[in-house]
Design a binder for this molecule. Structure first.
Ligand SMILES: Nc1nc2c(ncn2[C@@H]2O[C@H](COP(=O)(O)OP(=O)(O)OP(=O)(O)O)[C@@H](O)[C@H]2O)c(=O)[nH]1
Length: 332
């Protein structure tokens, strides 16, 4: 299930349960003749139903749906106004489902701020209108609920972020994995077309990786691969991105880099890797294929293929080499 669908479901269930709860409160108050509380509950039920309808109408945009803040602000302000004016301490308990709804539907920070804006004046009213011991018990309960739900939401957000990081990051090297490459490269191509800035890429392959694996085992190659990733991160500049394609091949996207620039950085990478003394394997070399976006390059596959072919050409020319393959030149 996608994050958007998950949120659509949780928002709908949250608003749905809140609506049922508030309607049952409204009916009870109507039965006992507490008309002010009946009208308050009916007004709140209208707002929770509006939240449910809004969730349904904007079901494809639930990751950032600003209407929820307006609806929940209305609900919180309505209840707060009632607590301040109706002199009926019992309705403080109505804040409980509202706190949960704030944190379930809104981004964590907004949810906590809105809940505290409801909780602080409510606590003051409770302390003024009820015996201190009773007030402290209710306030402690509300605070405990707010803390527990906030911690749970924070934990969920953290887990969702870790899962996303794992999906786009190679667990051995910490570089981005191939799944993420096409997505980023397509965005960079579109940006380069729109702004007219140059864009270059490098396909980089470790020479004689099979022989290294035979000599030092899979763990030896993995160590070399991880050390090389660290080395590449230290050589490239901020804004460049690094991807691992398989056990011995990397890909680099270099935005704002013309042909002369990619030749400089590719040669620097080749030289520093060849000069480095690598733990376990000692010496290692790489072959690099580079290219710069040409006028015909509007999709990722063309650029990737040209860089890969250039890398194989570098390898054919004896490895430990850089080969540049030009695309169609872009008219100035
Ligand atoms: N994308 C990218 N390009 C680089 C990098 N290093 C060098 N280049 C390119 O190579 C050109 C010359 O780089 P250098 O020889 O380091 O000269 P520089 O004037 O110190 O380069 P910068 O101040 O980084 O622009 C730069 O203008 C860039 O186009 C790098 O790490 N990443």
């Amino acid at each position: 299930m996608t994050e958007t669908r998950l949120r659509t479901w949780t928002h709908s269930i949250g608003y749905g349960l809140a609506t049922l709860f508030i309607i049952s409160l409204a009916l009870q108050n109507l039965r006992f003749g507490f008309y002010e509380l009946f009208y308050l509950a009916a007004g709140m039920a209208v707002l929770t139903l509006a939240g449910l309808t809004y969730t349904f109408l904007c079901r494809r945009h639930q990751l950032s749906a600003p209407g929820h803040l307006i609806i929940l602000s209305g609900l919180n302000s309505g209840l707060l106004a009632a607590i301040l004016t109706l002199n009926s301490p019992g309705i403080v308990h109505w804040a409980m489902p509202l706190l949960v709804l704030n944190l379930l539907v809104l981004p964590l920070r907004q949810g906590v701020v809105l809940s505290l804006l409801l909780l602080l004046p409510t606590s003051a009213v409770l302390l003024l209108q009820t015996p201190v011991a009773d007030a402290v018990t209710v306030i402690a309960g509300l605070l405990a609920l707010l803390t527990a739900v906030s911690l749970y939401t924070w934990h969920y957000d953290h887990m969702a972020q870790s899962a996303e990081d794992l999906a786009i990051t190679d667990p051995v090297t910490g570089a981005h994995n191939a799944r993420f490459l096409d997505e980023t490269l397509q965005k960079e191509i579109s940006r380069a077309i729109a702004t007219g800035h140059p864009l270059s890429v490098i396909d980089l392959s470790i020479d004689y990786a099979d022989e290294v694996a035979d000599l030092h085992g899979k763990a030896g190659v993995q160590n070399l691969f991880r050390d090389m990733t660290e080395h590449l991160f230290s050589v490239i500049r901020a804004g460049d991105t690094l991807y691992t394609l398989n056990d011995s091949e990397f890909f680099l996207i270099l935005p704002f880099t013309p042909e002369e620039g990619v030749r400089v950085i590719a040669e620097r990478i080749r030289r520093t890797i060849a000069e480095h003394q690598w733990p376990v394997v000692g010496k290692a070399t790489v072959s690099l294929g580079c290219t710069t976006r040409g006028s015909g390059d509007t999709r990722t596959d063309g650029l990737r293929k040209r860089a890969h072919d250039a890398m194989q050409e570098a390898r054919r020319r004896g490895a430990d080499a850089v080969w540049f393959s030009a695309g169609e030149s872009i008219a100035a």
